[in-house]
Design a protein around this ligand. Structure first.
Ligand code: ADP
Length: 544
């Protein structure tokens, strides 16, 4: 027997309708690429989003067409998100930090018909224009006064396009499984792969994100996403913040700038900020140097890479801010686990709570998890067994765009291989120990490069650290610690290695330390281990 409830489709347009009706006056503050900060509100955002939708129709766009963006986090990018997806187009966000060849590849692979660009990216597009096959026009996200001189054909001015379009539109209803947004993984090898989010997956992910044991988002929150709108939909914040009617504070191109972030957090009374660890290192450093505190900030959501204990502690002790670690990936919209305290753990000592906070967190309802061994057998949830982490659920990708199952990332029984190695403890907390390809295999046992890196950055002379496995005649592989010293520090090897004593198993302690000026990073700011392994291909451990 079927239930007798309404089959109302879960669409992004329905979030747009809701926020405009119930939270229309709630502010959106945005640093922009071309002007002083702009103050607007959700009502204006949706009015302008309807103009975007109508403008696209006038340009000749058809539902299902992919339209790209190449832009920072500002109010215009947010309007484009809603204007495109809400009207049935696919909003394809492009990471401007990708290599030029990768941008060409994904624009052509996605068959984008138009690209919305921040003016600062016009020179980048000028270099690529001959290679972007199907693109009919470029819309520069500025007004006439700030239009750049350019050799590009088909250059349109965003504000003029909006002024000429009607603000009248009823967000259309359609099947909730319709594609809404597209984001390519920046993959360290091979071509980028497209993850095609649906309206349903986006709305369900937003519902799950706002829950108290997830991000606990409320209408009274002032939210600062320092995660880019061009990467995994800024962790879904444009949708979850709208769902609850929170104030949004958008940092524009000033994402990695500690001073701007500190100023925004203080002046806009930000209560929750979200970003990757490198962003928070910059902010914490600035606060220390400028003797600033983050007064109103209550919590930071940190994910995208492992969160060092020292960072959780700095937020707690110096700023009275709770760190909520999250784990996920582009293929998962992105959230899979969130680290909040479970009933029964309230009595843990402050130190034990710090240890717990360095884990990736517990599964959200809607994202099932399991760890398996090399034969695909499920491993115990005992906090000790390491295994390949697999997930499934309604906001996990079922396939990549136009790859028809050829990526080999799904098991025959419908689970997605995350490529991460993890433990799950009896309480359900997941700890990510490595990427499958980064784990160090020493004498048949696994060593977690992430845990060694986290321990290393806890030392005051270390600015950044990476650990890779290097071939070893007896143990097959042993860890090499690669360190970028903190400004002005001159750490010595034996002092750094002694730092690990008592913090990790003795057989995990790296065999040697190498010092470098900088580490290679991917377009999303993660350490590029593949490149490091190449750099250290000729390295051999000193004789023992
Ligand atoms: P990219 O495809 O550019 O690497 P993603 O954001 O999809 O970008 O990266 C997802 C990966 O980031 C995960 O598979 C995992 O390896 C890593 N990651 C994300 N969150 C955490 C976390 N809390 N702890 C450790 N690693 C994390």
């Amino acid at each position: 027997m079927r239930g007798l409830m309404m089959d109302t489709p879960l669409t992004i347009g329905s979030i747009a309708r809701h926020v405009e009706l119930y939270h229309g006056e709630r502010e959106i503050v945005s640093v922009t690429a071309d002007a002083p900060p702009v103050r607007t509100c959700w009502r204006d955002c949706m009015r302008r989003a309807r103009r975007v939708a109508n403008a696209m129709q006038t340009l000749g766009a058809k539902p299902g067409d992919t339209v790209a963006t190449l832009a920072w986090n500002d109010h215009r990018h947010l309007e484009i998100y809603y204007g495109l997806s809400g009207a049935g187009y696919v909003c394809h966000t492009i990471n401007p930090r990708l290599f030029a060849e990768q941008i060409v590849f994904i624009v052509n692979h996605a068959a984008d018909r138009w690209i919305f660009i921040d003016s600062m990216f016009v020179p980048l597009i000028e270099k690529l224009k001959g290679q972007l096959d199907g693109v009919e026009g470029f819309i520069v996200m500025t007004d006439e006064a700030h239009m750049p001189d350019s050799s590009l054909d088909g250059l349109l001015c965003y504000e003029t396009l909006l002024a000429d379009a009607s603000a009248e539109l009823d967000w259309p209803e359609f099947d909730e499984n319709t594609a809404a947004a597209l984001c390519y993984t920046s993959g360290t090898t091979g071509d980028p792969k497209g993850v095609l989010y649906s309206h349903r997956s986006t709305v369900l992910h937003a519902y799950a994100s706002v829950a108290p044991d997830a991000l606990d988002l409320r209408s009274r929150d002032n939210v600062l996403p320092v995660v880019p709108l061009f990467h995994v939909n800024a962790w879904g914040i444009p949708y979850s913040a709208a769902m609850v009617g929170a104030k949004l504070v958008l940092p524009g191109p000033k994402m990695g700038d500690g001073k701007t972030l500190c100023h925004l957090i203080r002046s806009e009374e930000v209560s929750i900020a979200l970003g990757v660890p490198t962003v928070w290192s910059a902010l914490l450093q600035y606060c220390d140097d400028a003797a600033q505190t983050l007064d109103r900030l209550e919590r930071t959501v940190i994910g995208g890479a492992a969160v060092p204990r020292s960072m959780v502690q700095a937020f707690r002790d110096r700023h009275d801010v709770v760190v909520i670690q999250g784990w996920g990936m582009t293929e998962m919209s992105p959230l899979g686990t969130v680290n909040t305290l479970k009933a029964g753990l309230e009595g843990l000592s402050p130190d034990d709570k710090l240890d717990l906070a360095t884990k990736a967190g517990r599964a959200m309802f809607g994202c099932e998890l399991r760890i398996v061994d090399d034969e695909g057998r499920e491993l115990p949830r005992d906090g000790v067994a390491f295994g390949a982490l697999q997930v499934r659920g309604p906001w996990v990708c079922n396939d990549y765009y136009k790859l028809e199952g050829s990526a080999g990332t799904h098991t025959h029984d419908g689970w997605f291989e995350t490529g991460d190695v993890a433990t799950i403890d009896p309480e359900g907390y997941v700890a990510i120990t490595d990427r499958t390809k980064d784990v160090i295999k020493s004498g048949g046992e696994w060593i977690s490069s992430i845990e060694l890196e986290n321990t290393a950055v806890g030392h005051e002379s270390v600015a950044e650290a990476a650990v890779i496995g290097v071939p070893h005649p007896k143990w097959s592989e042993r860890p090499l610690l690669i360190v970028v010293p903190a400004p002005g520090a001159e750490p010595d090897k034996s002092e750094l290695l002694a730092w690990f004593d008592g913090k990790v198993a003795s057989w995990w302690i790296p065999n040697d330390v190498a010092f470098v000026d900088e580490l290679p990073h991917t377009a999303t700011g993660k350490i590029k281990k593949i490149e490091l392994r190449r750099q250290f291909a000729d390295y051999a451990f000193p004789h023992e």
